[in-house]
Design a protein around this ligand. Structure first.
Ligand code: B1M
Length: 207
């Protein structure tokens, strides 16, 4: 079990090689894959999320830790699939129609994956139909929309409306620099997050 704490430490330090080494050691010690995920990788990402939120670290450090998380997940994913461990929930996420900005959205994807979510990333410039149809196909718990332009954030409303028309049960979470809680309230989105760490908290709260 010693290795599990070391996994979290290496992930916080952003050291992908060390994360891989400790995950491998834990697997060889027959530590349960879910324990390695929860108490090693996710615990480490939780610390990164809290530090990012408190502005103690910035986007580059988060990306480095997210990469370290991926290196551990590569080893763990086949084992988790075998043991049938279920994801915390499924989120279908993308950038809205007309908008090509994806750096923040990708960061949100990484943080959600780090928190144990299955993330279906539909990419940028996505029409309302893509969000809703993919959410229904994936039986998603949450639809996440990102927008960076004041001219494209208005397209979010179409997704909320289409989800209602199509009886899509997924809760809707939005984010991106020009957005606010009051805009979320106005269009009927159930969640708004100003940053990637808060996006995890909001998504967890929507379950
Ligand atoms: Co553009 N751009 N851009 N741009 N760009 C901005 C957004 C802008 C503010 C620059 C400016 O004028 N000062 C401005 C928007 C003005 C406005 O509408 N208010 C702007 C403009 C005007 C444009 C173009 C129209 C420029 C032109 O062509 N004339 C054009 C539009 C293209 C299009 O989308 N159709 C354009 C193009 C581009 C590039 C392609 C060159 C590039 C994007 C590359 C890419 O993403 N792959 C780009 C960039 C990089 C920026 C800036 C410089 C940086 C954006 C960014 O990545 N920030 C930006 C100015 C700035 O912000 N300083 C700007 C870092 C990122 C981590 O933050 O995306 O806010 P952010 O994500 C945060 C939170 O918002 C939140 O969490 C993230 C992490 O904490 N969040 C979510 C985001 N999505 C979330 C979803 C959630 C929850 C939280 O739940 C689902």
């Amino acid at each position: 079990m010693g290795c599990v704490k070391e996994i979290a430490g290496a992930l916080i330090a952003g050291d992908a090689d060390e994360v891989k080494k400790f995950v491998k050691a834990a697997v060889e010690d027959e530590v349960d894959p879910q324990t390695i995920l929860d108490q090693g990788l996710i615990a480490g990402m939780d610390v990164i999320g809290a530090k990012f939120k408190a502005s103690e670290i910035y986007v580059p450090e988060v990306l480095v830790s997210a990469r370290a998380m991926h290196s551990g997940m590569e080893l763990l994913e086949p084992l988790l699939a075998k043991t049938g461990v279920r994801a915390r929930g499924t989120v279908v996420i993308g950038t809205v129609k007309g908008d090509l900005h994806d750096i923040g959205k990708n960061l949100v994807c990484m943080m959600l994956k780090g928190a144990g979510w299955k993330v279906v990333d539909i990419g940028v410039d996505q029409p309302a139909e893509s969000f809703v149809e993919t959410a229904q196909k994936e039986d998603a718990d949450v639809i996440g929309m990102s927008a960076l332009l004041t001219t494209t954030m208005v397209n979010m409303k179409q997704v909320v409306e289409l989800a209602t028309i199509k009886d899509c049960n997924a809760k809707i979470m939005i984010g991106g620099a020009p957005l606010t809680q009051s805009f979320a309230d106005e269009i009927g989105a159930q969640g708004y997050a100003p940053d990637a760490a808060t996006a995890v908290e909001v998504a967890n709260g929507l379950l």
